[in-house]
Ligand binder design. Structure first.
Ligand SMILES: Nc1ncnc2c1ncn2[C@@H]1O[C@H](COP(=O)(O)OP(=O)(O)OP(=O)(O)O)[C@@H](O)[C@H]1O
Length: 736
């Protein structure tokens, strides 16, 4: 769609016209907050923009105002993609009354979704809120919920909330976000994208900007200070954290504060600590402390949140589930009972305090033994895969094709150039499907993990694969009229003829056959037909020709939700090795980068920590608070490599490692042998054992089952994960 204003000759935006100020007033605001003006003018000029602004600084206006102004000029919609389905209804009701909006997400019934789409088609909606899955597909349906672009009003622009999820180096990469940009551009013809995020380092912001096709300098509209000035930060390393927490909340700094959130990592802990605080604290408020976590019922959570919002509840002891979308400006204190998983999380969580600009206090308890650090490391290891698994995946993604053979038969030889033999690509890619559930079980990786690996292949400069929408790939066709009915089908339905002919070639008896089951993606690809056409043709077999509504006595079912993509089939063995090496290297860099960041985070907190909280519970030494803020802005504002694996390697403390090795190696080996003997009827890889020793569940070795044996589960959480893999693999080979 045409932008509302033309950018100036030099690509910069025009002065803000009066109608924009008018709209701002219509929304009930007197002036713009920093950054809003620039972002809004860029969107109205059709220039893609990334807005990085701390929570509560007013990011939403950056899409609301342009959406409103575009809709004033012509019939169009603005798409807003937001990953927090649970907050979508709140977001909807929080929109300015002038903006008409609807939402579509996977938790809605089919009927509700259809009603929303009807409203959109009828032009009654300015803003359509969507979950990423509703836009790009995923989950069980495997397809998005939106009708084709030609049935929708033109899209003015699309806003991507939590835009950091698009960067594979961000603290919260979501592979479906990559597909999201593609779908918006290719399928819906969107040219102007607005990315919103509260937390991104400068380097991540540049990476996000690249994905949003923002090339100009001003594309990253705003970057606010990492930590607001009104927050006072402190860290301490107490041996008895429970006692320290109670003392802190009774001390002069926190004792007078009304609204406090205490963040814990584990759900069970929130209950325990809330009970502890109820016992140890007394006060005028009706409820002193309550727990909040995602495992509680929706009504319980609502009750706790409401009591906190209206000021009747002083302390909420919560997991990070609490606070997203919380619009309470006078939260006065944030306490981290455990170390947060990254600087991004820390900044986001403390950013929930003092939004009204008044002073607020934040305190973090750092485990002196590094217990939290070990706990957080587990999550990093949970996502990584070994070389062998990568190889098995690569075999599934690049099954060999016959293109080279056919090409050679045709042209006689492979072309040569300047005396060197070149690997000539003769295959122009094939459409393939890899069933999700099967692969999850066979490779013992989560669906999300698999999708991430496929994304890496797509992001590689050589574009090893091109990802398409997930699809159902297995077709089952049953002829209730028996084998003669199936044979008749071969005359009217070429795909059925091909499947049957292949069976015959494979030496199967087709005369008695009345049921077929086949990979419809592979079939369509071999025939050179488009998949939707083949599927439609097959589906139509269920209806009698001519009669319109009569059943034909043929059942056609599609199942097995699969990753669906285009990939080459003529990769030489050395190229396949290269692909494996690339993927494995990528996974390792990611693991090391995250480990490095985690360690950096721990070191930073450690460098400003008091020995115990008695040093900061009554008053605060400003210098340590300022030093932590400096470390945080250094982290967020300096440009540095996204891949920090080299730094991690440099940083590895060899001495420490060998010390650990000598002390633990024999014991770990003995435990591996003991573990294998106790489960002699099962098969384990070194990684599977290491996961169990670290207390990490996986699709094939779930925590519910393996966590019961307390002898081994989590036993070596403090010990280097990769080292356990090495030891376990050696022991496994030895016991074979
Ligand atoms: N220009 C403005 N003038 C005054 N108030 C504003 C302005 N823009 C936004 N606000 C107010 O600031 C508050 C926070 O805005 P908003 O919810 O958009 O923040 P946000 O950056 O999206 O936060 P989060 O990251 O939590 O989603 C809202 O109450 C909103 O009404």
């Amino acid at each position: 769609m045409e932008p509302l204003y033309k950018p100036k000759e030099d690509g910069k935006v025009q002065e803000v016209p009066p109608e924009v100020y008018q709209a701002l007033h219509d929304f009930g605001y007197r002036s713009f907050r920093p950054g809003q003006e620039m972002a809004i003018m860029r969107i109205l000029s059709g220039l893609s923009t990334l807005v990085v602004l701390s929570t509560g600084m007013g990011k939403s206006l950056c899409y609301q105002l342009p959406a409103y102004l575009y809709a004033q000029r012509s019939k169009c919609i603005t798409l807003v993609v937001s990953p927090l389905v649970s907050l979508m209804d709140d977001q909807l009701s929080g929109l300015p009354p002038k903006l008409k909006a609807a939402c579509i997400h996977s938790n809605m019934s089919q009927k509700q979704r259809e009603a929303a789409i009807e409203k959109v088609k009828a032009g009654q909606v300015h803003v359509l809120l969507l979950s990423p899955e509703a836009l790009v597909g995923g989950g069980h349906s495997g397809s998005g919920c939106l009708p084709p672009a030609d049935q929708l009003p033109p899209v003015a622009f699309a806003c991507i909330d939590e835009a950091h999820c698009v960067s594979e180096w961000s603290h919260n990469f979501r592979p479906c976000y990559l597909r999201l940009c593609k779908v918006l551009r290719d399928r819906l013809g969107v040219r102007c994208l607005l990315g919103l995020t509260a937390t991104a380092t400068l380097s991540t912001a540049l990476d996000i900007a690249r994905h949003l096709d923002i090339s100009d300098q001003e594309g990253i509209a705003v970057r606010s200070a990492a930590v607001p000035h009104n927050l006072q930060l402190s860290v301490s390393m107490d041996r008895d954290k429970d006692q320290a927490l109670v003392s802190l909340l009774k001390g002069e700094r926190f004792g007078v504060l009304d609204s406090i959130i205490v963040y814990c990592t584990r759900r069970e802990e929130t209950n325990r600590i809330a009970a502890l605080l109820r016992t140890c604290l007394q006060g005028p408020l009706k409820w002193i402390a309550e727990a909040y976590h995602a495992g509680m019922s929706a009504s319980e959570r609502r009750r706790v949140q409401n009591n906190f919002m209206c000021g009747e509840l002083r302390v909420v002891v919560a997991t990070v589930a609490f606070g997203m979308g919380l619009d309470k400006s006078d939260v006065r204190g944030i306490v981290h009972y455990n170390m947060p998983k990254s600087f991004e999380s820390y900044v986001q969580e403390i950013g929930r305090a003092g939004r009204d600009g008044e002073p607020a206090h934040c305190h973090l308890f750092l485990d002196p033994e590094g217990g939290d650090l070990h706990e957080l490391r587990r999550h990093i290891y949970a996502d990584t895969v070994d070389y062998f698994t990568v190889k098995r995946l690569v075999q599934r993604v690049f099954p060999p094709c016959k293109c080279r053979q056919i090409h050679q038969n045709g042209s006689g030889e492979i072309e040569q150039s300047e005396g060197e033999e070149l690997v000539q690509r003769v295959c122009h890619t094939h459409e393939r499907a890899v069933p999700m559930q099967d692969t999850v079980e066979a490779l013992d990786i989560t669906e999300e993990g698999l999708e991430t690996l496929l994304c890496y292949l797509e992001l590689h400069p050589q574009r090893w694969v091109e990802l398409l929408h997930p699809t159902l790939s297995v077709c089952r066709l049953v002829c209730y009229g028996g084998p003669p009915q199936l044979r008749k089908l071969t005359k009217i339905c070429p795909p059925v003829a091909v499947v049957l002919a292949r069976k015959r070639l494979a030496g199967e008896k087709v005369e008695t056959c009345d049921t077929l089951e086949f990979d419809v993606v592979e079939l369509a690809d071999t025939m050179g037909w488009q998949l939707p056409l083949v599927k439609r043709g097959l589906r139509q077999l269920q209806w009698s020709a001519g009669s319109g509504t009569g059943r034909s006595g043929i059942l056609v079912e599609f199942s097995a939700l699969s990753f669906y993509f285009r990939s080459y089939g003529d990769l030489m063995p050395e190229e396949l090795d290269q692909v494996c090496a690339f993927l494995h290297g990528r996974v390792q860099s990611q693991e090391r980068t995250q480990l490095y960041q985690l360690k950096t985070c721990f070191k930073a907190f450690h460098s400003v920590a008091y020995r115990n909280c008695s040093f900061c519970m009554d008053e605060l030494d400003e210098t340590r608070s300022l030093k932590l803020k400096e470390l945080l802005s250094d982290y967020f504002d300096k440009r540095r490599d996204l891949d920090m694996s080299k730094k991690y390697e440099e940083d590895q403390d060899d001495e420490d490692k060998t010390l650990n090795k000598c002390k633990w190696e024999e014991q770990i080996r003995a435990d591996v042998r003991g573990f294998l003997a106790s489960r002699s009827d099962e098969k384990f890889s070194g990684r599977a054992v290491a996961r169990i020793f670290h207390g990490i569940g996986s699709p094939c070795y779930p925590a519910q089952m393996y966590g019961r044996d307390r002898r081994y589960w989590r036993k070596y959480i403090h010990f280097d994960f990769n080292e356990i893999i090495r030891l376990a693999t050696q022991e496994i080979i030895r016991t074979r």
